[in-house]
Design a protein around this ligand. Structure first.
Ligand code: F6P
Length: 367
């Protein structure tokens, strides 16, 4: 008797990022061509699993999407089955446990395994599904690059390129007008985007959540440059950096998300303070979702492809409960539990931090 075709589900969860479609393509082609299995695309992340929104994907669906930004499947960061927002009769939104629906739909769709492409939040959910006995394989995605157990996540390189290009552009206008330009970048609790983007774009000051800063140190750097004839400065600040009093700057709280915080606004605070303390004209640019949109860099396309192929192999023949990861430039399988044990933040003595300091970059923490 012929064995029936395996059915592999795939979803993209959390915030989108460049390279998601490259993963879908790699998983799809490997699953269909190498393993003769069927690929089921689940719409809008775990929301689609809870609501049973899924469709079979064919070769045509996964072709021609390598360079396409976003995700052809859609995504959501409000679809955690254990923290599911439901509108109740009164018109208010209640958070409910809808995990039984996700489980039911997984079984009804006849899925043998699920490839979950996402960041920290997605891996937490994937881990719970594994505990319920489902065969899940993770693929690490996030521009924040904050997932443990992998050296890199795809999407990060593209975001860093956007920051670097923005700093290049701001450099010329800052220098013409003798201004301080503050650029606010994403990254949540990790300073990787600010650190790499700032170094690539030659920022004079880089502020990250991992290194507490003082107004005095920042203004000292800016004033010092001015006295050396450089009457302009570039400041790259991570959205999650804390003010000197220890506070994060939060734009809004959204209870429908597992992590309710919507960061935003620290750039304006930093600009206001520099302007007031130095008398130098200061402007702020918030890069926001520009860092997540558009086509992935060549590096991210290659990384996404390597991770996708590996995840597809695992989904078709095991091991399960693992995430494809990059370690020492080799793609390996790591237990999903290892990736969610902690966030990967910038170690204060990181080699790139030290290299930047050697060039005279300030992290706002000098005494
Ligand atoms: O995790 C990726 C990320 O872009 C963070 O850097 C940022 O804080 C967050 O998502 C923004 O989320 P949203 O798209 O929901 O505003």
């Amino acid at each position: 008797m012929m064995a029936s075709k395996k059915r592999i589900g795939i979803l993209t969860g959390g915030g989108d990022c460049p390279g998601l479609n490259a993963v879908i393509r790699a998983v799809g082609k490997t699953v269909m061509h190498e393993h003769g299995a069927t690929l089921i695309g689940i719409e809008d992340g775990f929301e689609g699993l809870v609501e049973g929104r899924m469709r079979e994907l064919g070769n045509r669906d996964v072709s021609g999407i390598l360079n396409l930004g976003g995700t052809i499947l859609g995504t959501s960061n409000k679809g955690d089955p254990w923290h599911y927002p439901v509108e109740v009769a009164t018109g208010t939104v209640e958070i409910q446990d809808a995990s039984y629906k996700a489980l039911r739909n997984f079984k009804q769709a006849g899925l043998d395994a699920l490839v979950a492409v996402g960041g920290d939040g997605t891996m937490h959910i994937a881990d719970k599904l594994v505990d319920l006995g489902l065969q899940v394989v993770g693929v690490p995605k996030t521009i924040d690059n904050d997932l443990a157990a992998t050296d890199l996540t795809f999407g990060f390189d593209t975001a860093v390129s956007v920051v670097s290009e923005a700093l290049d552009r701001l450099h010329t206008t800052a220098s013409s007008h003798h201004r301080v330009m503050v650029v606010e970048v994403m990254g949540r609790y990790a300073g990787w985007i600010a650190l790499h983007g700032g170094v690539a774009g030659g920022a004079d000051v880089i502020l990250i959540p991992e290194l507490p800063f003082s107004w005095e140190a920042i203004c000292h750097k800016v004033n010092e440059r001015a006295t050396h004839g450089k009457r302009f400065s570039l400041v790259c600040v991570a959205e999650g950096a804390r003010l000197p009093d220890g506070h994060e700057v939060i734009q809004a709280l959204d209870n429908k998300r597992t992590d309710a915080k919507q960061f935003g606004g620290i750039g304006a605070e930093v600009a206001r303070e520099i302007d007031a303390r130095t008398g130098l004209e200061t402007r702020v640019t918030v890069l926001g979702h520009l860092q997540r949109g558009g086509s992935p860099t060549a590096f991210d396309r290659v990384l996404a492809t390597r991770l996708g192929v590996h995840a597809a192999q695992c989904a078709c023949r095991g091991p399960y409960g693992v995430m494809a990861a990059l370690q020492n430039n080799v793609i390996v399988s790591v237990p999903i539990k290892d990736t969610i044990a902690r966030l990967r933040t910038v170690p204060p003595g990181h080699q790139l931090v030290e290299a930047a300091r050697a060039l005279g970059t300030s992290f706002g923490d000098e005494s």
